[in-house]
Design a protein around this ligand. Sequence first.
Ligand SMILES: *Cc1c(COP(=O)(O)O)cnc(C)c1O
Length: 374
Amino acid sequence: MSFLPFTRPSLDEETIRGVVEVLRSGWLTSGPQVDAFEAALSEWFGGRPVRVFNSGTAALEVALALAGIGPGDEVITTPLTWVATANAIVHAGAKPVLVDVDPATRNIDCDRIEAAVGERTRAVIPVDLAGLPADRDRLYAIARGHGLRVIEDAAQAMGASWKGRRIGASGDLVAFSFHANKNITTGEGGCLSLPPDADVALCERLRLQGVKRDPEGGMDVDVFGGKYNLTDIAARIGLGQLASIERFTARRRRLARRYFERIDPGLGCAMPPADFENSNWHMFQILLPVDAMNISRGEFIRRMRVHDIGVGVHYPALHLFSAYRAMGFREGDFPHAEAIGRSIVSLPLFPAMEEADLDRVCAALGEVLRSTRG
Ligand SMILES: *Cc1c(COP(=O)(O)O)cnc(C)c1O
């Protein structure tokens, strides 16, 4: 039996041939493939302007810059996310203000946001953990009420929707990631879906050193942009991936349903919300019954590995990382995020996974957990 990773990208032969053509074309950096990928993404997002970047983190950083966020500002987000979300706020020179999660959805608890809004609050960054959208109705109502920008960290939400509307097809600034583990990939990459009235030209300058070219061949730099552009090689991968996204999402949803059918409730694992409409099932995450186990989560992961099954941890609560403790965050600040961060594991889930693979995961999960009752 071969090793089953917790995720694996699916690249078809058409995409691989397309990448080879780009390699032979003599143009590797941003060019016609980037233009085509942006046009295809824009169509996918219902006609909104879209710009691509060399990472989802870059998309978040540019979104913060476009929203004018800088030193002295506060930005509200969740402690239960990939640390990129909060790091982007720090890199903008602003202060991350964390709000605990709802233990059921594992996303930011909308009931707690208003208490965290202060004089300096400028924006809120919701995260769609595992591809389950945070409540857009409540978030935008709160943001409107307090004059806040919303920067959606939809890094995990490509293909997800909120009440029938695609994430990224509406709203303020919406950032996605095309990292190799995300639902569609460019190897590394990301994009920003911009509102129709956004300053797209500024977005482009922030992406590439602030350079502004005029038709006479002259140039100026009026803003300190970064180096965030995507290569044509990566964009060609993205075009092939985007063509498959609906198939990928449908497959992930079918597999997620099967996990609900096959995981023995007697094992005491907390399941994710059973959402087969909105979520794109970027990950299938359960909470281990850590208090009833006589081994650590790390040992659980090692024992699953003995069964040739890869299990991931996404994520420990970020405020407990040393750089964030040094900012003043403490254990006990966000008890729900901490408890989830200690017990969460991601089981294998990716489009090319077979039903038999999933059944093997469930059998191993049962065997390992039954052997670890303390
Ligand atoms: C993946 C991810 C990012 C960062 O994306 P990169 O492409 O790796 O830079 C940001 N936020 C969340 C929630 C993510 O999952």
